[in-house]
Design a protein. Structure first.
Ligand SMILES: [Zn+2]
Length: 461
């Protein structure tokens, strides 16, 4: 699809070309560095896409551009470790995971084109950016369209084409791995590019063991990460025990999938041995609490994973499976789920989920040296959360500190005012700069109507 379809598409202010220097003046800076340092009214300077100064006072550093951060909290951009961008949303409420997957994701993937995927990507990434997410790990059956969308809109993205070549994958499963890997081998994405390809699989039951081994070998050869689902539902976890006589994590380890560049989504049904195996291999988990609650699939043992040293990032899951892409909702959901499950108000704390949404998410992607915190030398991905509203006051610092609690329990994606990716402002006063939002809304409405006309209606009312 032509880039010029939406007026303004491709004009990524500061994304293409040399980014301008920029100062954010006066915000409360939540650095999410190792010490979790907070600066109450600081100045953060960005030059050529990286943080170059973090000052503990309000000053004018004479940059090309100045953003007023007074009354706001500056956070590192949030990192969504599990997303499926698609040109649909909120379909099949009340269906079980397998019924829903067969009806909507499989059918949509069968009918949608790369141009449709680009529109779905623009919708998902626009929503993500406006809610404060600057990096996504996006698993999709039409990767080229999603890749183009991420490049256009200015988000940092790792796009994961799916392998699904086994008989259990189902009729509508979309297998693009084999055709895709040749292209990727010939045209590898640069390791420092804002948008890159990873490799991956949808479900373990949907991919042959030979292909799993191939994915592991190809990922190591190309130096990219691996993303897949594991043990989302009890039925899902039971498949490898029944068909392979092994717990899922053990099966994946033997297939060469586990390792420090692998992120497994869900992991709701794990044995102690599997947790130890994830820890020993450096494999990370993408936790999707609101998706798991919405689909009724299970509760991941997050405190056990953290206690064993497994890196846990947070994800929304897809707009078809979870409906919303607001990482503030996900942070809140993560705390709520563990606390009620364990009947323990201390089971998961606000600072810990803030870390999972930022620094730990970066570590899960193998990119902690580049993103995930506001530190000098790192890539400048940051968001301004506007605290000048009744649901975010009073802010208290000191002995009764409520900063992290306000961010996790009270803030919403719609409180994000400014979003910066790679030093470029992509959302300003809640307005998305790189694309024409009104044009996108009418296009997505038209495409969704066309795709859904081909799918039978069968969901409970
Ligand atoms: Zn998923």
């Amino acid at each position: 699809m032509a880039r010029g379809r939406f007026p303004g598409a491709g004009r990524l202010l500061g994304v293409s070309g040399v980014p301008e220097s920029l100062a954010i003046v006066g915000p409360t800076v939540v650095t999410m560095n190792r010490e979790r340092d907070v600066i109450d009214a600081g100045t953060v300077v960005i030059d050529r896409g990286r943080f170059v100064a973090i000052e503990p006072d309000v000053r004018d550093p004479h940059t090309d551009r100045r953003v007023d951060g007074a009354g706001c909290v500056l956070l590192p951009g949030l990192i969504n470790c599990h997303l499926h961008s698609r040109p649909g949303r909120a379909l099949g409420d009340g269906l079980s995971l397998f019924e829903w997957h067969a009806l909507y994701p499989d059918n949509l993937c069968r009918h949608m084109t790369e141009a449709d995927s680009r529109l779905g990507g623009l919708l998902a990434f626009a929503d993500s950016l406006k809610c404060g997410t600057t990096t996504v790990l996006d698993m999709t059956c039409k990767p080229a369209g999603a890749f183009a969308a991420a490049e256009e809109i200015g988000i940092r993205a790792r796009i994961v084409p799916l392998a699904a070549d086994a008989e259990f994958a189902g009729d509508g499963a979309c297998d693009v791995y084999s055709e895709f890997i040749e292209t990727l081998a010939e045209h590898p994405t640069q390791p420092d590019a804002r948008v890159q390809y990873w490799l991956g699989f949808d479900s373990i039951s949907g991919v042959t063991e030979a292909t799993l081994r191939q994915i592991g070998a190809d990922a190591r050869r190309l130096g990219v990460g691996i993303h897949g689902h594991m043990s989302e539902s009890q039925e899902d976890a039971g498949w490898t025990r029944r068909e392979r006589s092994l717990p899922a994590a053990v099966y994946l380890e033997r297939a060469g999938i586990l390792g420090p560049r692998t992120v497994l989504a869900h992991c709701n049904w794990l044995t102690g041995h599997e947790i130890a195996l994830l820890a020993r291999t450096g494999t990370s988990v993408a936790h999707n609490p609101t998706s798991n609650m919405k689909l009724g699939t299970g509760i991941a043992p997050i405190p056990d994973l953290l206690a064993n040293g497994v890196t846990v990032g947070l994800g929304t899951d897809g707009m078809l499976s979870n409906f919303h892409l607001d990482m503030f909702e996900v942070m809140r959901g993560a705390c709520l789920l563990q606390r009620i499950h364990r009947l323990d108000a201390h089971a998961l704390m606000s600072w810990d989920v803030l870390e999972m949404a930022t620094r730990a998410g970066a570590r899960a992607l193998g990119e902690e040296r580049e993103i995930g915190s506001i530190e000098i030398g790192k890539r400048a991905d940051a968001i301004l959360v506007d605290f000048r509203d009744v649901h975010l006051r009073p802010l208290v610092r000191g002995p009764h500190d409520n900063l992290a609690a306000l961010l996790v329990w009270c803030a919403r994606g719609s409180d994000v005012r400014t979003v910066i990716v790679d030093g470029a402002v992509v959302v300003e006063d809640r307005r998305l700069l790189p694309i024409d939002e009104a044009g996108l809304l009418s296009e997505i409405q038209r495409v969704a109507g066309r795709l859904l006309a081909a799918i039978p209606e069968s969901h409970p009312r």
